[in-house]
Design a protein around this ligand. Structure first.
Ligand code: BDP
Length: 699
């Protein structure tokens, strides 16, 4: 067991009575329809059921002639009429990708039907049915109707054509461009299967810092090969489009979005793509951000750029995901304000097939950020969520952090844009402002490592992202529970402690890295490890000192009305809450306020003592995670057990590194001693500052 099989382990159910109970409900499998997708569903059922219920049993199932306890699968149009007519009510409540799993009685015979309006809906139903068994749920009297709440559920691969991965910590890119299109790695198929099992329906293959070569015929042929593999799994392919491609590969003199030649170039290029990939999803664009070209190079704006591309893909049903991650060095008073400032005035001006892709927070994927103020602030524009699954700022693939907890904090946050309960989830699922085009993107943590994510444990973040893109209202507890059971074991003595440690892991990391609203104090470039002292980078907002602003008086970034006034970008209720020291949640204290070292926290401690104790708490929490995991040895195969254990040991060491480096550094300003309960550092600040990681991955 090396983790390759992800959450699709389909382990044999040792509990005999439970196994028999399942077997008694499934005596025959009958597919209706013969599409590739239905066959994939049937194969998956065979694979899953033979794994969990026994191969001998399943071979009998297929040969038997009994017509009671049949497991039927097929789309609405393919099912026999007597079956589909029993599901009329359910069909009316689902969308094209939804599914139904229902126990019915037909002519006195008991059956379970897995159906949907489309074959892909049926496939989603199959995976969900198998999950019931994987998590040891009852399959008696089933009546499950479910459908995705978001339309575009995509992974964003920041993969380069040379197989390096920007911010990737799981080995090389899984796309072997050199050997495509003729060599089809089994991984592509397994990747599609894994994504379909959690409802992901799109993948952007290449880095947002794009290379125009991907749009040349040589590469489009390779993209087509991947699209062909993914299609039956319900997964569309998207590409990032380098804005200057018309110059770089088209021989034009300009990429001005209002230039007729440029407009035509994109139209022709798009038509060329759709000719070989008729269900191509569309483009993802990073423009005028961190040196990427964009419409502003030609004195045009985001609307001009996005709409020009949107018009090119519109005739084919494609979309443009235009990123809002922009910040410029000219207006560095507060980087957190820039995306909102640049985009909100354009509300209502984008074409219908444009989604503005907004990161969860206004800085950059920090361990914890308040929700991005753009959510809810552009009621006439569909905004999609961008989460980072790869752990750029959270210890790469080394630290075990369960991210759905963080995703949920953001999704559940209340924007107050239409009064109370205007949550971010309601903004992105379109219900708050009545939007049809909705989506969620996750910057992938997948690579060519045998276990896909560099750390078995972090498969849970890929899994959790998919589940939340399907339904942003699921709880992180539920997601953790499903993942643990389908990846490792249903044993209660395993599930409970592991779930506890997963759910505590984000808080632990925030505590030992950036407690109380601190942010962006990671080392330069690779962002691995602490670097609060860094102050020598050319742009002010690249330096950690810009973000923590520690001085003799105190610490924190004043974004209140007396500071950068970033709070004003939120709805008045939220702005008021963040602005007032008394109501600002302490987890965001130093995000919004510059606070004196002896400021009294809610627990009565001074800020300095409270901060030091938080760093210590983070270390203690990782120690507890490690202890919990060590006790789990009897439940897990040695390889996966040992890999997680080694990584937790590193994390424990590095949590102390974070604590000691940050406290020694900040102590220069606070001039206070460490409170009781905080371990004294064994190395000097000089030592920590001298550490270098020249070949850290993902840079
Ligand atoms: C930052 C990363 C950088 C990405 C950029 C982006 O450091 O590698 O290119 O975001 O999202 O988090 O465009």
């Amino acid at each position: 067991k090396d983790g390759y099989k992800l959450w699709l382990q389909y382990d044999f159910i040792e509990n005999e009575s439970l196994r028999k109970e399942y077997q008694s409900h499934i005596k025959r499998l009958i597919p209706f329809g013969d599409s590739e997708t239905i066959n994939i569903g049937l194969n998956e059922l065979e694979r899953g059921l033979s794994g969990m219920l026994g191969e001998v049993y399943l071979s009998k199932v297929n040969k038997s002639n009994i017509n009671d306890y049949v497991l039927v699968l097929g789309s609405k149009a393919s099912l026999s009429h007597d079956i589909s007519s029993l599901l009329e009510k359910e069909f009316n409540t689902i969308n094209e990708e939804g599914f139904i799993i229902k126990s019915i009685t037909l002519k006195g015979k008991k059956q379970i039907v897995i159906s949907g309006k489309t074959d892909v809906g049926v496939l989603y139903g199959v995976f969900n049915f198998l999950r019931l068994i994987q998590t040891n749920k009852s399959i008696k009297n089933l009546s499950i109707v479910d459908a995705p709440k978001l339309k575009v559920r995509v992974l964003n691969h920041w993969d380069n054509l040379d197989r390096t991965v920007e911010r990737g910590y799981s080995g090389a890119s899984i796309w072997d461009w050199h050997r495509l299109p003729d060599y089809i790695d089994q991984r592509y198929i397994d990747y599609a299967r894994a994504n379909a099992s959690i409802g992901i329906n799109g993948t952007v293959l290449n880095n947002v810092n794009a290379n125009a070569l991907i749009l040349t015929p040589q590469y489009l042929e390779k993209v087509k090969a991947l699209a062909n593999i993914f299609r039956p799994y319900g997964i569309k392919v998207y590409l990032t489009a380098r804005f200057s491609a018309p110059i770089e590969i088209g021989g034009l003199k300009t990429a001005d979005p209002l230039d007729a030649g440029v407009i035509n170039w994109w139209k022709d290029k798009t038509a060329e793509i759709y000719k070989s990939i008729p269900d191509f999803g569309g483009f993802l664009v990073k423009a005028n951000s961190e040196g990427q070209p964009g419409p502003q190079n030609y004195d045009r704006n985001h609307v001009d750029g996005a709409n020009m591309m949107a018009e090119a893909v519109a005739p084919f049903g494609g979309i443009v995901m235009w990123r809002a991650f922009v910040y410029s060095e000219h207006d560095a008073n507060d980087r957190a304000k820039q995306a909102y400032t640049e985009f909100v005035p354009y509300d209502g001006q984008f074409k219908d097939n444009v989604l503005i892709q907004v990161k969860n927070g206004a800085i950059d994927f920090q361990p914890r950020e308040p929700f991005h103020p753009m959510f809810g602030a552009m009621p006439k524009t569909p905004l999609m969520m961008e989460f980072q699954i790869t752990q750029e700022y959270l210890g790469c693939s080394t630290h075990s952090v369960f991210l759905p907890t963080m995703y949920k904090e953001v999704l559940d946050a209340d924007t107050y844009r239409k009064g109370k309960a205007s949550t971010v989830a309601k903004v992105i699922d379109g219900t708050l402002d009545n939007k049809k085009l909705t989506g969620m993107a996750g910057v992938s943590n997948i690579g060519a490592d045998r276990n896909w994510t560099g750390n078995v444990f972090l498969q849970a973040n890929w899994y959790g992202f998919g589940r939340l893109a399907w339904n942003p209202y699921l709880t992180s507890e539920n997601i953790a529970d499903e993942w643990i059971k389908s990846t490792f074991s249903n044993a209660n003595d395993f599930v409970q402690p592991v779930k506890e440690f997963m759910l505590a892991s984000l808080e632990a990391t925030v505590n030992y890295m950036t407690p109380l609203g601190l942010h962006h104090i990671m080392a330069t470039g690779h962002h691995y490890g602490p670097g609060p002292w860094v102050s020598n980078l050319s742009r002010p907002e690249w330096n950690p000192v810009y973000y923590h602003k520690a001085d003799a008086q105190g610490i924190g970034f004043d974004r209140s009305t007396s500071g950068s006034n970033a709070v004003e970008q939120y709805a008045p209720e939220v702005a008021k809450m963040f602005n007032d020291l008394n109501t600002c949640p302490e987890e965001f204290l130093l995000w919004f306020h510059h606070v004196a070292w002896d400021y009294k926290l809610k627990n009565g401690k001074t800020l300095w003592d409270g901060m030091a104790l938080k760093y210590q708490e983070g270390v203690n929490q990782v120690e507890a995670m490690l202890k919990t995991w060590n006790a789990m040895k009897p439940y897990v195969d040695f390889q996966r057990y040992n890999e997680v254990k080694m990584l937790l040991n590193i994390q424990y060491k590095e949590a102390k590194w974070w604590r000691d480096a940050c406290l020694l550094y900040f102590q220069q300003y606070s001039k206070k001693t460490l409170p009781k309960g905080v371990e004294a550092p064994t190395k000097t600040l000089n030592y920590f500052e001298s550490l270098k990681f020249p070949f850290a991955p993902g840079n």
